[in-house]
Design a protein around this ligand. Sequence first.
Ligand code: KG4
Ligand code: ZN
Length: 344
Amino acid sequence: MSNKPVYILAIESSCDDTSAAVICNDRILSNTVANQEIHAEYGGVVPELASRAHQQNIVPVVQQAIQKANIDKKDLNAIAFTRGPGLMGSLLVGTSFAKSLAQSLNIPLLDINHMQGHVLAHFIEEENSKKPPFPFICLTISGGHTQIVKVENYFEMKVLGETIDDAVGEAYDKSAKILDLPYPGGPLIDKYAQTGNPKAYKFTKPRVGAMDFSFSGLKTAFLYFIQKEEKTNPNFIKENLHDICASLQHTIVTILMDKLKNAVKETGIKHIAIAGGVSANSEVRKRIQEAENKYGWTTYIPKFEYTTDNAGMIAIAGYYKYLDNNFSQVAITANARLKVNDTN
Ligand code: KG4
Ligand code: ZN
C-alpha cells in the first residue's frame, strides 16, 4: 500500500441518531450527529419516526461532515456505513444512501458492524490516546446492548456474556420513566445520583450466568419499590430523588463491575475497555478507573463523543477494513440482527 492518506466518509443510522464522519487514516476530521428530539414525546424510540427523521437529516449531516473536514467529495477513497444491528427502517436509510453515493463517486463500499464499531472506537488516533493491545476485554453497554466481548483482533470478537433480557441503558431509561423523568433518562439518573446516598436503598441483584446480565427483574423490583413507598408518602420521589438515583446507579454499576471481575478471572486478561452510550456514565468511569489500582487492570475509556452512537466509530472500523481490502459486495443489504462475532 502506498503512503497516500486514505479518506473515508462514514454513515451511522442504526437507531435514532443520524451521524456522518470523515476520517483521514485513523484521525477523525469531522464527526457530526443529528439527534432526534421527536422521540422524547413518546418516552422511547418510535421506529417509523426514526427512519423518517433519518431521511430528512442524512443529506445535511453528510454535507456538514464533508465541509467540516475541509475536503472535497472527490478526495474520498471509500464510504463506510452501518449494516446492522439496529432498526431495519433506520439502517435502510444509511445503507441506500451510502450505496448510491459510492456508486456515483465510483469508490468502494465498506459495510460495518455497529457493535464492532463501538469496540473499535478505542483505536481512533487522538492526542494522548491509549489503545488497548490484543487480546482485551470490552464491556459494551448501550441502550440496545449489554455484552462482554473478548477482542482478539480488529474484526475477531467473541461474546463471553450478554444480557438475557433488557440492555443496561434500557434499564436506566425505563427506571427514569418510573421516576417521571424525560427520555432518555440515563444521563439524568446519573446527574441526580452524584449528590445522593448510594446506600440509602437496597435492590437485589439478578442471578444469571457469571458473565451474563439480566435487568428486567431489577426494573420490576424498582417499580414495586416506588409504588409501595408512594402509598405512604405521595411525595416520596420528589423528596428522595437523589438518594433513589444514587442507590439505583450503585446497584447497576456494581452488577457491571462484578461481571467484569468474573471475565478477568475467567480469561486472565487484565486489559479492560468500555464502550457504548452508558460508558458516558460518571460512576462507570470512576469505578473502572479505580480498578487500575484496586485490581491491577489497565483500563481504556473512550472520549465522550465516541461513546454514544456516532459515525466516527464506523469510520475507524472502515479504515481497518480498507487496509484489509475487505470491501462490500455490490448486493450488500442491511442486517438488523447482525452479531458482534458475525464476519459478514
Ligand atoms: O450507544 P447509545 O447512544 O445508543 C445505543 O446504541 O443504544 O446509548 C444510548 C443509551 C441510552 O439508554 C442512554 O440513557 C444511555 O445510553 N446513557 C447513559 C448515560 N449517557 C447515556 N446512561 C447512564 N448514564 C449516562 N451518563
Ligand atoms: Zn450503539
